[in-house]
Write a protein that binds this ligand. Structure first.
Ligand SMILES: [Mn+2]
Length: 313
């Protein structure tokens, strides 16, 4: 049975490690979006034009609920309002790391509307100013995300806390974040898959990367969350070897969208697009808008985290 997420169907029972998003352009598939229009309006500081458009939708809904217009006329008007909207899109977003103001600015700059699907490339949390608000925003807008290495650590700690584990000797950031998250936040984070596929756009989404020549189902979760380089001898590593980005070797037929690699910043190969542009280090937060593959980014308000990583050649 199909389940509707943000107006688009996804598999009702996705395999634990993955998620498939069909890209479907027919308007009937995103009719359900009214259900979260209210939350959307409350969560984003909207531009005036968006406020007006949202208000029209809410007024229409109110008229219908009050019994002032028939269901048929409500649905007809709703459909025509939706169809006069820009085409629904998938907005793919690089590592947010708790930078919620930058995320809000980015969504406005992308002209985000209900019906668009947000797809995060993982590492929503940690290092930045407000991990909890990022998770709440992602949940409210019914976003999808893959699992990043930092998300993974937070989920591990939240499970440990649930099982009454001793707190760590030195209170790590992941532990602190896990303690501040609500039940709903943790449920959302626990649901994040290793990777997401979208056959309709011939695309894959993953936090760190894939190893060429290995079937999707056989890819190693730890590497999917951590890899950065593949050396000439085939060694897959999370280290930053300047001349050996894994994406350069990617020979799959699908285009891979990934994050995790702020050192290299924006990477744009034919079949691999890296979107971690280091917002939390004072760089930019970047989105790629599909299907047109348009890049949109905003600069960070400040450097929230000091940046120090070894370079290898
Ligand atoms: Mn990462």
């Amino acid at each position: 049975m199909d389940m509707i997420v943000n107006g688009r169907p996804i598999l009702a029972n996705p395999p634990k490690s993955t998620l498939i998003v069909p890209y479907n352009t027919s308007s009937t598939t995103y009719r359900g979006f009214m259900n979260f229009t209210r939350d959307y309006a409350a969560e984003l500081e909207l531009h005036v034009s968006e406020k007006v458009a949202t208000k029209r939708l809410l007024n229409l809904r109110a008229l219908y609920l009050a019994g002032n217009i028939t269901k048929t006329s409500y649905e007809e008007t709703l459909t025509s309002l939706i169809e006069s909207r820009p085409h629904p899109r998938i907005i793919v977003i690089g590592d947010v790391h708790g930078c919620v103001s930058e995320l809000r600015s980015l969504l406005r700059r992308c002209d985000y509307h209900p019906g668009d699907l947000l797809l995060f490339l993982g590492d929503l949390v940690s290092k930045g100013p407000s991990s909890k608000s990022v998770i709440k925003l992602a949940r409210t807008l019914k976003s999808l995300s893959v699992r990043g290495n930092h998300d993974f650590e937070v989920v591990r700690w939240s499970q440990a806390i649930k099982n009454n584990a001793e707190p760590p000797l030195y209170q790590t950031e992941h532990y602190t974040i896990a303690r501040t998250l609500s039940e709903a936040d943790i449920k959302y984070m626990s649901s994040l898959p290793w990777y997401i596929t979208c056959p309709g756009l011939n695309s894959l989404f993953v936090h760190a990367g894939f190893v060429s020549g290995v079937k999707l189902k056989k890819q190693n979760p730890r590497l999917m969350m951590n890899m950065r380089s593949i050396l000439p001898d085939g060694t897959v590593t999370s280290k930053f070897f300047e001349n050996w980005p894994w994406a350069r070797l990617w020979d799959g037929t699908e285009t891979v969208y990934f994050g995790h690699d702020a050192d290299r910043g924006l990477q744009s190969y034919d079949n691999a697009v890296g979107l971690d542009t280091g917002a939390v280090y004072g760089g930019r937060l970047t989105a790629c808008v599909l299907p047109e593959r348009r890049m949109v980014s905003v600069s960070a308000r400040k450097a929230y985290f000091m940046y120090r990583r070894k370079r290898y050649t």
